[in-house]
Ligand binder design. Structure first.
Ligand SMILES: Cc1ncc(COP(=O)(O)O)c(C=O)c1O
Length: 386
């Protein structure tokens, strides 16, 4: 098991600047030299800070809309980049609406990491920027002489990062070798809910410590990629993410709650009751290389100290700490069978074949009883996702 540690990316504690830097460069290079523009965006933390940082580096202004529930540290970090921050009493979707409205005037432009009809170019650049992360994983696994990943676990908010993952892994000749699993908070599992419904939809959300994943509507640009390219989706609790973040910290990986989500999602999907069936659905065996994306560091979005730690619950035990791992970005943390990993993994159902909308336990999973899991296997024949 490898962890792609995004706690220090271009001077910021999350991967998001990979997308923001490329998109802001593209936006500015299409404007007359010396032109001044306000870069406007909505964020649940990391993307807004990245846009604000790029605006500052390019000598431009940034205006950032932040929904309720974003950690004050994250809000302060955006303001510290010199951005004008507007706190919106409402959800992430509402903050996006306000940002789009504010950007719809001369001298302003929207740099949003989700797309909708008529707004595709900028989120497309953002997804292109994220592709760096997957190219690095290829290079780092090859350097570590590890096999191609059999499973990559992707925390999902609007699904643009997952779109980049689908584009990367499904564009290969052996495009179904790598199973792709998204992980979302149970309180904001919009990708999972849309997969289950078989169509893109909006869900109501509530607060989660995984602020970066607190989105109610998948990106419309991402949706066809998610629908056709993902193998599975899982929803987890805040307590599971907090436990996983602490376990990763014990390995020297300073994961924030969204970073911990990948480990928590892998545990939920691959362990616990009926785990064999789920592992078979995504073709995971004892020798499979698993890559977890730890998409943010604890500095981006601290794990609340009072958050209940699910490892104290029955049936759970912490990962044993191995010694002597390297300090590269992609860290090998485990090489044993996934059956050794701890985790609850309860309610589960599968779609035997692509296109079947049936998912028995979805109501439970999406509304979230503790540790509920819904794993939707979209399976399907090999083929590129384009
Ligand atoms: C730390 C972190 N991880 C993952 C994501 C999910 O990315 P996406 O919204 O593209 O699904 C985000 C989004 O803001 C994030 O901040």
């Amino acid at each position: 098991m490898f962890v792609k540690d995004e706690s220090a990316r271009m001077g910021l504690p999350a991967f998001k600047v990979l997308g923001a830097s490329w998109a802001v460069h593209q936006v500015l290079s299409r404007r007359p030299p010396g032109d001044e523009v306000v870069l406007v965006t909505a964020t649940d933390g990391n993307h807004g800070r990245a846009v604000a940082r790029m605006a500052r580096l390019f000598g431009q202004r940034a205006r950032v809309f932040v929904p309720s529930g974003v950690h004050p540290t994250a809000v302060a970090a955006i303001a510290a980049e010199g951005a004008e921050v507007t706190e919106v009493t409402g959800t992430y979707d509402e903050a996006v609406r306000r940002a789009a409205e504010a950007a719809d005037k001369p001298g302003a432009t929207l740099v949003q990491d989700a797309g909708w009809p008529g707004y595709e170019q900028v989120p497309g650049w953002i997804v292109e920027g994220y592709s760096t992360l997957f190219a690095e994983i290829d290079a780092q696994l090859s350097k570590a002489e590890a096999a191609e990943p059999g499973l990559v676990v992707l925390p999902a908010g609007v699904g643009s990062l997952a779109q980049a993952g689908v584009t990367h892994y499904r564009s290969r000749p052996d495009s179904r070798t790598t199973a792709l699993l998204t992980v979302e908070p149970g309180t904001a599992a919009c990708v999972l809910a849309s997969l289950v419904r078989g169509e893109l939809g909006t869900i109501s959300t509530s607060e989660t410590i995984m602020a970066g994943l607190n989105c109610g509507t998948p990106s419309m640009l991402a949706w066809p990629y998610l629908r056709d390219g993902l193998d599975a989706a899982v929803a987890i609790t805040d307590a599971d993410s907090a436990t996983a973040a602490r376990d990763l910290a014990a390995y020297g990986i300073p994961a924030g709650p969204c970073g911990g989500a990948s480990l928590a999602g892998a545990r939920a999907a691959l362990t616990g009751e009926d785990a064999e069936v789920r592992r078979e659905a995504v073709a995971i065996g004892p020798d499979t290389t698993v890559v977890l994306l730890s998409t943010e560091g604890a500095a981006a979005n601290p794990v609340p100290v009072r958050q209940r730690d699910s490892s104290s619950q029955e049936g759970q035990r912490p990962l044993a700490r191995p010694g002597g791992y390297g300090t590269g970005d992609a860290r090998r943390v485990r090489s044993k069978s996934p059956s050794d990993a701890p985790g609850p993994g309860t309610a589960m159902t599968e779609r035997a074949s692509r296109g079947s909308p049936h998912c028995e336990h979805v109501g439970t999973a999406v509304t979230m009883c503790p540790h509920a899991v819904c794993l939707v296997s979209t399976g399907g024949p090999p083929g590129a996702a384009h």
